[in-house]
Design a protein around this ligand. Structure first.
Ligand code: NDP
Ligand code: OXD
Length: 310
C-alpha cells in the first residue's frame, strides 16, 4: 500500500500540489482535505493549522508539515512525541520575502515616505541622498529568510548586519550572536528588519527598551509575527522621533481592528501579511524531497526543534 499524504488548504492550492505529486511522486497516495479516506492510514499531513485531536484522529501520523515558514500557530507541546514537525523552507517563500524587504528598505533609504508626504503639500524639497553603503540595515533572524534577504541587500551595497541566536557567518554581513551582542547590533542599525520566529523568547521583543538602543530616527520593517511588537511602544517611539517610520506586514491581531491607532499613524505603513507566501510548485517539490529523506532515514530540511520552538 502506498503511504498516504494529506494536504489541508484551499482547493486551488491543493490541486496545484496534487499535480506536482501526481507527476513527481506517484508512489505517494496524495489526498486532498476533506476527502482523506481512512484517517488511520494517514502518515503525512501538510496544513497551516492542526486539527485539535490530531494524535487521536491520525494514530499513524509521522510527519506534520507546516504549509508556511512559521510554526507558532501549532500547539507544539500537544503534538504526540512520535510526530516530527517540519516548517516550510522553500525557494518561493524566500523569493517573495526578498522582494518585500528589499522594496521596504529601498523605500526607506531613499526617503520615499517623506516625498509622498511632500507631494501632498505640493512641496519640491530635495533631501540629501545617502548611498547604500552609508545606510546600515540590520536583520533580526538569520534563518532561511533572513539569509536570503541579506544576500540581496549585500548585492545592493548596503552596510549589512544580522543577529541570531547561534553564531552565523554570511558573506558581506557583520554577524552578531546572542543577547550579549544585541546592543552593539542595534546601535549601528538605521533600518531594522525583524525576521524572527515567534517564540517565548521573541514575544514582545520589539519594545521601548529595544527602540531606545537604535540610533535616533531609525526605521522598522516588521515581517516576523505581530505579537513580537509592543504597538503602544512603537507609537510612542514614532511620536518622540526615536523611530522615523515603520512598515508592518504583521500585526496582533490579524486583521487589525478598524479602530486600532496604528492604521491612522502617518508614519506607519501597513500591509495585510502579504510579504511572502508559500508557492505550491516549489513547496510541493521540497516536501517530496523531505518525504524521500524521511524514507531513507536522513535528516529533514526544516525540522522544528520543539525545545527551541522553531
Ligand atoms: P528560521 O527558523 O530559518 O530562522 C530563524 C532565525 O531566527 C534563526 O537565525 C534563529 O537563530 C533566529 N532566532 C530565533 N530565536 C531567536 C532568539 N531568541 N534570539 C536570537 N535569534 C533567534 O526561520 P525563517 O527564516 O524561515 O522564518 C522566520 C520567520 O519569518 C517565520 O518564523 C515567520 O514568523 C516569519 N514569516 C513571515 C512571513 C510574512 O509574510 N510576513 C512569511 C514567512 C515567514 P539560529 O540561527 O541561531 O537558529
Ligand atoms: C508563513 C507566513 O509563516 O506566511 O509562511 O507568515
Amino acid at each position: 500500500m502506498r503511504p498516504v499524504f494529506v494536504f489541508k488548504a484551499d482547493g486551488q492550492r491543493g490541486r496545484q500540489w496534487a499535480d506536482v505529486f501526481g507527476r513527481e511522486a506517484p508512489d505517494i497516495d496524495f489526498r486532498l482535505w476533506p476527502e482523506i479516506g481512512e484517517p488511520q492510514q494517514v502518515r503525512y499531513l501538510a496544513t497551516w493549522v492542526a486539527p485539535a485531536d490530531l494524535g487521536m484522529q491520525f494514530p499513524k501520523l509521522e510527519l506534520l508539515f507546516s504549509t508556511g515558514a512559521g510554526v507558532d500557530q501549532f500547539d507544539v507541546a500537544a503534538l504526540p512525541p512520535r510526530v516530527s514537525l517540519v516548517r516550510m523552507v522553500e525557494p518561493g517563500i524566500a523569493h517573495g520575502m526578498v522582494e518585500y524587504v528589499t522594496h521596504a528598505v529601498l523605500d526607506l533609504h531613499r526617503d520615499m515616505p517623506a516625498y509622498r508626504r511632500a507631494q501632498q503639500q505640493r512641496q519640491w524639497q530635495p533631501l540629501p541622498v545617502r548611498t547604500a553603503a552609508e545606510c546600515s540595515v540590520g536583520v533580526l533572524g538569520l534563518g532561511s529568510l533572513g539569509q536570503a534577504v541579506l544576500a540581496q541587500l549585500v548585492a545592493l551595497g548596503y552596510d549589512a548586519a544580522g543577529w541570531s541566536r547561534s553564531r552565523r557567518a554570511l558573506p558581506g554581513v557583520r554577524c552578531h550572536a546572542s543577547a550579549d551582542e544585541l546592543d552593539a547590533f542595534l546601535a549601528r542599525t538605521q533600518i531594522l528588519v525583524c525576521l524572527l520566529p515567534l517564540t517565548d523568547a521573541t514575544r514582545g521583543m520589539l519594545d521601548a527598551a529595544l527602540f531606545a538602543k537604535l540610533p535616533r530616527g531609525a526605521n522598522l520593517v516588521h515581517v516576523g509575527r505581530g505579537p513580537q511588537l509592543v504597538p503602544g511602544d512603537l507609537l510612542r517611539a514614532l511620536d518622540a522621533g526615536q523611530l522615523a517610520e515603520a512598515v508592518l506586514d504583521v500585526t496582533d491581531p490579524e486583521p487589525l481592528p478598524e479602530t486600532d491607532p496604528l492604521w491612522r499613524h502617518p508614519r506607519v505603513c501597513i500591509t495585510p501579511h502579504i510579504a511572502s507566501m508559500t508557492q505550491p510548485q516549489t513547496a510541493a517539490r521540497v516536501v517530496i524531497d523531505n518525504l524521500r529523506r524521511h524514507a531513507r532515514g536522513e535528516a529533514l530540511v526544516g525540522l522544528v526543534d520543539r525545545a527551541r520552538g522553531y
